[in-house]
Design a protein around this ligand. Structure first.
Ligand code: MUC
Ligand code: MG
Length: 367
């Protein structure tokens, strides 16, 4: 069970359709595959999606930090020394996606070594999650058409609508068109990626008060401390902290400070080890949790569902598990399938994921 090698392999797969939101846009999945090998010949895998507009990481930066700082700190540890691995990675500030991919690849390697699914090691609550699909910026008719396609093809009935544009009516018109077009049989919530001010957010939420939204997420910057507390105190739906609450300490600060009332857990930025700390904190604080999407590929989505399905709190709400559908291809040998609005975990050992060697050869960018 001794870790002998940690590799970071950059790859690039184009999106069929770019995803646009208030803090950025994504045209190509320029991610990093992390592989952790052991002296038993086991290889654990996970995926790091760089999000420079949220955490400052880039593809080249992730490869560099894994190769030069993290790999030397991890090689030689046992797969059972995960807290030691976590403490060593934590000596370096930032780099959440790089650290998380290593953490999840270690868990995957442990599951493969023991012959059990990671989701069972984490808690084993259920084997599936309902799926929520994230709708990026477009014209109202195009966003309604995409939601209808997701509903009719995959049975998805929960949608997170990206908002945060100016004037706010651009987005409120979309949400109204979705409610009018899809009716009350779907659940809708909005995510502003910090695009509006608190006052614009309050106005937009007033304009949408009759649309039965489930949640509002990160509508305005958390750094506007008093304005955000003011906003959250006026809302009658839970306000999800996403990019403002990456670490468990951030969650404590945001929630006890009155600037969030629910949280998004993203395995792409807190791995399994830290996501579990955040989950336990949320349970203690009595918070709603949504398993979020860091615009993950299939491997990242598999990590999200493995974690989300492992506990009651994290599997209660639909998880954001479907944006890999917008990619033109992926690395997994057997693609993920969303059926009747649900994604199930893979039954095999670890994450149950096999990387297709031909696809990796085709998309890797280090040769
Ligand atoms: C989300 O929930 O915000 C878009 C930007 C980012 O950091 O994550 C995605 C999805
Ligand atoms: Mg968000």
């Amino acid at each position: 069970m001794k870790i002998t090698r940690v590799e970071a392999i950059p790859f690039a797969i184009p999106y069929r359709k770019p995803l646009r939101f208030a803090s950025g846009e994504v045209h190509t999945a320029e991610h990093v595959l992390v592989r952790v090998s052991t002296d038993d010949g086991v290889v654990g895998v996970a995926e790091a999606p760089p999000r420079p507009f949220t955490y400052g990481e880039t593809q080249a930066g992730i490869v560099a930090v894994v190769d030069t700082i993290f790999a030397p700190q991890i090689v030689g540890l046992s797969l059972l020394e995960r807290e030691t691995a976590h403490a060593r990675l934590a000596r370096t500030v930032g780099n959440p996606a790089a650290k998380s991919a290593i953490d999840m690849a270690v868990w995957d390697a442990l599951g493969r070594t023991l012959g059990v699914p990671v989701t069972q090691l984490l808690g084993g609550y259920t084997d599936r999650m309902r799926v929520s699909h994230m709708l990026g910026f477009d014209e109202p008719a195009a966003m309604v058409a995409e939601a209808e396609r997701m509903r009719d093809t995959y049975g998805i009935t929960t949608f997170k609508v990206k908002v945060g544009r100016r004037p706010v009516s651009l987005d409120t018109a979309v949400v109204r068109a979705l409610r009018d077009g899809l009716g009350d049989a779907v659940d809708l919530y909005v995510d502003g990626n910090r695009g509006w001010t608190a006052a614009e957010s309050a106005r937009a939420m007033r304009e949408m008060a009759d649309l039965g939204l489930l949640f509002a997420e990160e509508l305005c910057p958390a750094d506007d401390v008093l304005a955000r507390r003011w906003l959250v105190s006026r809302l009658d739906v839970p306000f999800i902290a996403d990019e403002s609450a990456v670490t468990p300490a951030d969650v404590t600060r945001e929630v006890l400070g009155g600037s969030a009332t629910a949280i998004s857990i993203k395995t792409a930025r807190t791995g399994f080890t830290r996501s579990q700390r955040t989950q336990h904190l949320a349970e203690g604080l009595g918070l709603e949790v949504v398993m979020g999407n860091q615009i993950d590929g299939q491997l990242g989505s598999l990590c999200t569902v493995a974690f989300g399905a492992s506990a009651q709190l994290t599997s209660r709400r639909p998880g954001e598990l479907s944006n890999f559908l917008d990619m033109s291809d992926d690395l997994l040998a057997e693609p993920l399938c969303i059926t009747d609005g649900e994604l199930t975990i893979r039954p095999g050992a670890g994450l149950g994921a096999e990387i297709d060697p031909d696809k990796l050869e085709r998309y890797r960018r280090d040769r």
